[in-house]
Design a protein around this ligand. Structure first.
Ligand code: 13P
Ligand code: SF4
Length: 311
């Protein structure tokens, strides 16, 4: 029972006492974004996790992100406010099936989206995030055959954009899959001048209507540069909080799902983290992310390749 406890004040006290850094993804609840030391996209958060000199990383994001922090910073304590904060893309790609798929295609390298388990990272050659995928793909020789997993929409988008055939793993993000083309077109008709920005995890029937396609940080940068005063945002709607903070004079509208509003596109995994759970995580230093050393070293290889190739 946390009644009577000033959770925010306690988080402030514990963050100093524990020498903790609080990292938050753009899809986190606004109150978590606001108190984080750093808010970013998947690549930026990985870099922060690798660089920090804090003793504790409190990761407000999902499990694969906290795992990534632990892979890159094994000597730090990494806590995730809710250990059940998973990801539909990770769930879609069980390591033993991925291993069998790789073995069936021995002449292919595995270029793998960071939204996957540590085991799948260990079975991969190069990890990508949505902000690093294009740069990395362009460095891979044209005759090299590629397996791309687990997001078939990001893979399909890259494949179309660079005219490059890839074997796609059939995973999807349940959040980006939920946007409705019909409702998006209705919204566009109501705001005729407003451009659409979409995350590449969206299916083609959404991405094809977008004026800009990119990662969360890419969409934020785009929002700051457009001349129009309204933007339709086809990604998880909590990113709009960050847009309203940095660009207060513009209007941002979340792209709708089939019910006509954007609330069905809130990521249910990201939403599991709360202020109260962050407080408990800093107080008890649990739930903690732990990874066996041989697995960590195997997964680190493909992540290090990303960090080298993305810069
Ligand atoms: P980025 O922040 O890298 O665009 O990733 C989006 C995402 O789906 C995180 O779960
Ligand atoms: Fe996974 Fe999609 Fe949620 Fe990101 S938004 S954590 S890809 S389910």
């Amino acid at each position: 029972d946390l009644s009577g406890i000033d959770v925010r004040a306690e988080i402030e006290r514990l963050r100093k006492e524990r020498n903790a850094v609080i990292l938050a993804h753009y899809y986190q609840r606004p109150e978590l974004q606001d108190l984080a030391d750093f808010v970013g996209d998947s690549l930026e958060l990985s870099r922060k996790a690798a660089e920090t000199d804090a003793d504790v990383i409190a990761f407000c994001g999902v499990k694969f992100m906290a795992d990534t922090a632990k892979i890159l910073s094994p000597n730090k304590i990494v806590v995730l406010p809710d250990i059940n904060a998973g990801c539909s893309l990770e769930d879609s790609c069980p390591p033993e099936k991925f291993k069998a798929f790789r073995e069936a295609h021995p002449d292919h390298i595995a270029l793998t989206y960071i939204n996957c388990s540590t085991e799948v990272k260990a079975l991969s050659d190069i990890i990508v995030t949505s902000s690093s995928a294009e740069t990395i793909l362009q460095q891979i020789p044209a005759d090299q055959k590629i397996i791309f997993g687990p997001d078939r929409h990001l893979g399909g988008y890259l494949s179309r954009k660079f005219n490059r055939e890839m074997l796609l793993w059939p995973g999807v993000c349940i959040v980006h899959e939920a946007f409705s083309e019909t409702e998006l077109l209705k919204l566009k008709a109501q705001h005729p001048g407003a451009p659409i920005a979409a995350h590449p995890e969206c299916p083609p029937h959404i991405v094809d209507h977008a004026d800009y396609v990119g990662s969360t940080s890419g969409i934020l940068q785009y929002a700051a540069t457009i001349p129009q005063d309204t933007l339709i945002v086809a990604t998880e709607p909590h990113i709009i909080h960050q847009m309203q903070l940095s660009i207060p004079n513009k209007t941002f509208i979340g792209a709708p799902g089939a019910d006509g509003n954007c609330n069905c596109n809130i990521c249910p995994y990201m939403a599991l983290n709360t202020l109260e759970k962050l407080y408990v995580a800093l107080r008890d230093l649990t739930p903690r992310v732990e990874i066996e050393e041989p697995l960590r070293l195997a997964a680190k290889k493909s992540l290090d390749r990303m960090l080298e190739m993305a810069s």
